[in-house]
Design a protein around this ligand. Sequence first.
Ligand code: SAH
Length: 396
Amino acid sequence: MKIIRLKPGKEKSLLRRHPWVFDGAIAKGGGDPGETVRVESHDGAFLAWGAFSPQSRIRVRVWSFEQTQRIDAPFLASLVKRAVELRANWNLPSDGVRLVHGESDGLPGLVVDRYGDTLVAQFTSCGTERWKAVLADALLEATGLQRLYERSDASARGLEGLPEVTGWLRGGGETALTIQEHGWRLGLDVAQGHKTGYYLDQRDSRRDCADWVRRLGLREVLNCFSYTGGFSVAALAGGAEHVTSIDSSGPALAQAAANLALNGFDAARATFLDADVNASLRRFLEEGRRFDAIVLDPPKLAPTAAHAERAARAYKDINRLALKILEPGGVLFTYSCSGGISADLFHKIVASAGIDARVDGAILQRLGGAPDHPMTLAFPEGEYLKGLVVMRTPVA
Ligand code: SAH
């Protein structure tokens, strides 16, 4: 058994059941990639069992804080079963569900999404890489499903010194499939799509968008960073007359067009722009184009707090432009999925965008990720997605 001895005082976060040990906290000890190690305080007291990552700044990810717990296949299978069962009676309004959300489910370095009868997994740490076969079998067992596609092509793999791997891990067949979300049909491709294929974390925000469009009778909608058109479908389902979807990915826009058709929306109600959002917003401003609702759901601009300052400027810029081309009484649906930008900071960024745009706004709603992407009490880093629904207040 390999032992990791921490420096004095570095046991504090583990005592609060936070599941990471950073390289700088370690006095001595090591292990092979993914090997289970015993983490001790400077005086030899047991703290946790974890998986060792020789190359990552996060050197150990905790499997258990119980000294008597054996880290073996039955234990890991029990964690998978617990994550799946936790969500079983939540009645999520979709057959696309995040079943395992890494640290929040006690499985650091594992993300698993279920799309209908297909599971898609990302193994992003040495620990989950080492136990991949056990975890894959446990996932099939816990769900009763037979197909598992691996999308271990996340950038986090590089930090662990792991190569990118994609392909069927269990079962096989078509990678293009359709899910039902709030009664809408959405096509996606688990091999070609971003992340595991779709952004399940914005599920509730898409429903809220449809609701506000319906309640306020919003007609002309601009969906920026549309990806496969989830918010575009939502806006049309809410009764919008027309939606313009902008994304810099051609395949994503092609899927968006297919998704609108799949839900029976007339092609005349949609425009697709394969373009940069920032440039498009500037052009709309110059042309005097105005919208009743604008969705801004950019990619992660600040993965960590170190990127926050530059990202804050980028967020402010697009929010300022969007507020300017919003009709008075129109609604901005604005999001940040950056772990490095807190909900509080995001609020301040949007507020200063409003000041620069010389418009005021009423906050109709504050949003987070869908509940199957939980944040736990012990792991606040689990919070990454936040959103604001802001009505541009009419000038008195
Ligand atoms: N709102 C989407 C998810 C958006 S993900 C949903 O509900 O599913 C972010 C999207 O932004 C990706 O599809 C990516 O292709 C696109 N993107 C990234 N940078 C961009 C840019 N500068 N201009 C336009 N689109 C961009």
